[in-house]
Design a protein around this ligand. Structure first.
Ligand code: NDP
Length: 443
């Protein structure tokens, strides 16, 4: 495999898709050895095929604001790879997204979904719509307009989107309602649905819980557990909140959280009920936390979460939010393991540094796979037209995270005993997808 030529070609064709190139480079670096040892991959041009989406759908989303002014946003759905199942991956609503963002997220999703052991291909989509500051009615009109185009491209056996940044229970509800109204069928076309209309227990908690479960396995491998550990978490959205909840349940203390405007450090331990009230109920800002907890500190620098002394760091906000400087500070302050709750939150130079230092570094495609895993379980429950109990779903989630951990160790263990989880996750995911692509012939 000529990694440099492939990357140069990608950069030449679309120089602005920086995050996508970053994700491809990481995977190619990890799989180079196994790729070159198996000439069938080169003969079937697997890399050239797997980095190109099956199709990209882009569309216009017109919607009416409360002020009777027409707004127009861009919609995207990337159906990246369906070698092992229907396309599956979240929808993100955020003003900063571009085609490159969705290509990076869709590409990562292929290997993450393969790691879960469930039959799901990779996809991702969303819009540059910003739900912040919009009324419920505006969000509903936007979601309905979005689904009025998207519905023709998706289906329970074709492509099953879910939530991501800016897309929670409210947005999934409005999109599901519009889909059902158009096709006149009640079917499992989205995951993250409400519990009384086809949703799964533990889906809301799954990504955060899964991140903590896999970290628990890392700690176990190193002879310890979460009891008494200090944990730095970034973000205060879906993933961050439920990662924090599970850490606390397991006896750890969460000392930081953040949002896109700033961060809080609470050495006494984050009051999660307060964070939930501010972020989930009032849709407020994390800054408001210090109005109730006087001993906590607020900083308008989001990266200050990484200045706190901690044993474990869980970046759960967004891509490239933990840089080399942050990584150095974390290691100097005694942090032993970093698990990516978000997608690609640790910058490539920081990842290299952590691997050099032999610090634990569990990449997003392994650490945050719990979300899509329970989405896969939601699809199974929808097909069977039944609902498992919370304990049943949680037990399956735990088992899946344990299997992912094992796969990372199997493919990532170095001769000196250090486990490179980045390599392990990429190789395990790639082998599964690549072999399926070969089975399906040249398509
Ligand atoms: P949410 O929208 O619920 O929360 C996102 C959080 O990140 C918010 O606290 C948000 O702050 C913060 N944030 C957004 N942009 C930035 C930024 N530029 N700098 C710092 N903080 C920022 O999203 P999720 O919790 O669902 O997703 C978080 C990450 O986890 C994403 O990378 C997503 O792709 C990944 N993920 C999510 C899964 C899921 O099941 N939800 C599954 C797998 C991965 P603010 O409130 O200011 O917007």
């Amino acid at each position: 495999m000529n990694t440099n030529t492939i990357l140069e070609d990608l950069r030449k064709k679309a120089p602005q898709e920086v995050e996508f190139h970053q994700a491809v480079e990481e995977v190619l670096e990890s799989i180079e050895q196994v790729y070159n040892e198996n000439p069938k991959f080169e003969a079937h041009k697997i890399v050239e095929r797997v980095i190109m989406p099956d199709r990209i759908i882009m569309f216009r989303i017109p919607w009416m604001g409360d002020d009777d002014v027409i707004n127009v946003n861009q919609g995207y759905r990337i159906e990246f790879n369906s070698a092992i199942g229907p396309y599956k991956g979240g929808l993100r609503f955020h003003p900063d997204v571009s085609l490159g963002t969705f290509k990076f997220l869709g590409f990562e999703q292929i290997f993450k979904n393969a790691l879960t052991g469930l039959p799901m291909g990779g996809g991702k989509g969303g819009s540059d719509f910003d739900p912040k500051g919009k009324s419920d009615n505006e969000v509903m009109r936007f979601c309905q307009s979005f689904m009025t185009e998207l519905y023709r491209h998706i289906g329970p056996e074709t492509d099953v989107p879910a939530g991501d940044i800016g897309v929670g229970a409210r947005e999934i509800g409005y999109m599901y309602g519009q889909y059902k109204r158009i096709v006149n069928r009640f079917e499992g076309v989205l995951t993250g649905k409400g519990l009384s209309w086809g949703g799964s227990w533990i889906r809301k908690e799954a990504t955060g819980y899964g991140t903590v479960y896999i970290t628990q396995h890392w700690l176990k491998l190193h002879g310890t557990d979460f009891t008494g550990k200090k944990v730095a978490i970034s973000g205060s959205g879906n993933v961050a909140i439920y990662a924090a909840e599970k850490v606390m349940e397991l006896g750890g203390t969460v000392v930081t959280m953040s949002d896109s405007n700033g961060s809080i450090i609470d050495e006494e331990g984050i009051d999660l009920d307060l964070v939930k009230r501010i972020k989930e109920v009032e849709r407020g800002r994390i800054k408001e936390y210090v109005e109730t907890r006087y001993n906590a500190k607020y900083s308008s620098n989001r990266n200050d979460v990484w200045t706190a002394k901690c044993d474990v760091a869980l970046p759960c906000a967004t891509q490239n939010e933990l840089n080399l400087e942050d990584a150095k500070l974390l290691v100097a302050n005694g942090c032993k393991v970093i698990a990516e709750g978000a997608n690609m939150p640790v910058t490539p130079d920081a990842v290299h540094y952590l691997l050099e230092q032999k610090t634990g570094m569990i990449p997003g495609k392994a650490a945050n796979a719990g979300g899509v895993a329970v989405s896969g379980l939601e699809m199974t429950q929808n097909s069977m037209k039944l609902q498992w109990t919370p304990n049943e779903v949680d037990a399956k989630l735990m088992q899946i995270m344990e299997n992912i951990h094992e796969a990372c160790v199997k493919y990532g263990k170095r001769e000196d005993g250090y486990v490179d989880y980045v390599k392990g996750a990429n190789v395990a995911g790639f082998l599964k997808v690549a072999n399926c692509m070969i089975d399906h012939g040249l398509i």
